[in-house]
Design a protein around this ligand. Sequence first.
Ligand SMILES: C[S@@+](CC[C@H](N)C(=O)[O-])C[C@H]1O[C@@H](n2cnc3c(N)ncnc32)[C@H](O)[C@@H]1O
Length: 255
Amino acid sequence: MSGEGSLLVVGTGIMLGAHVTAEAKGAITEAELVMYVVPGVCEEWLNSLNPRMESLHDCYAAGKPREQSYDEMVDRIVTAVCSGRRVCAVFYGHPGVFVNPSHRAIAAVRAKGLPARMMPGVSAEDCLFADLGIDPGGQGCISYEATDFLIRRRVFDPATLLILWQIGALGEASVAEMRDTARLAVLVDRLREEYADDHEVIVYEAASFAICDPYIKRLPLASLVESPAPAMSTLVVPPAKTADVDDEWVRRLTR
Ligand SMILES: C[S@@+](CC[C@H](N)C(=O)[O-])C[C@H]1O[C@@H](n2cnc3c(N)ncnc32)[C@H](O)[C@@H]1O
């Protein structure tokens, strides 16, 4: 990718400096312009890899719809690429997991006939499987964005691991953090349709620094509202039962 604008989209991983892949680090180091949306603590580290950087954080503003902020990020990335620069766009965690502008920027750059590619990274879910000792292949796994889960009344199976993202921003159309535990109570009401009050759930936040432990709080479902969740936490609802085996499908597989 040289002589014309191009886009590489990479992730930092969750733990500062420790989770970035060799591939992503190379892309950051060699870019003509690094455009980023990462937590403040990552900025200095990014700058040490490549000082040719431009923050996209100013696309966010309290009260501004997130969709509008994402549109602006995509526009800025595409404009930089179209001006002929080799751009590396950096996002937190895995750049393609619960990140809206990364996928859209790639599609928009490709639509202009220019090369664009995403490199995988370490997501919060990867950390979750490691820290909680859960294998998603065990009883299956389904994950939803928490607000989407509620407002679309998503179908789920209590025999399967359920992961709910962005519980700290329930019902928020902007970047503001949820301050109101009443919204968490709404989520609990929905979950109580399928799980007992004493069903154990886990509020999880992976460590951002090597010297810190992950935040892992196990509590009965009904107590969730009494315990404010850290801003970046994810809710884990382990299966409540084992799925039945359907003899008809077993018969079809084994005859
Ligand atoms: C906009 S998404 C970004 C996800 C990120 N791209 C990734 O790969 O994990 C933000 C949500 O990811 C989850 N998340 C981010 N950081 C986390 C952490 N350190 N521990 C647990 N969940 C985290 C939370 O559900 C949070 O609300």
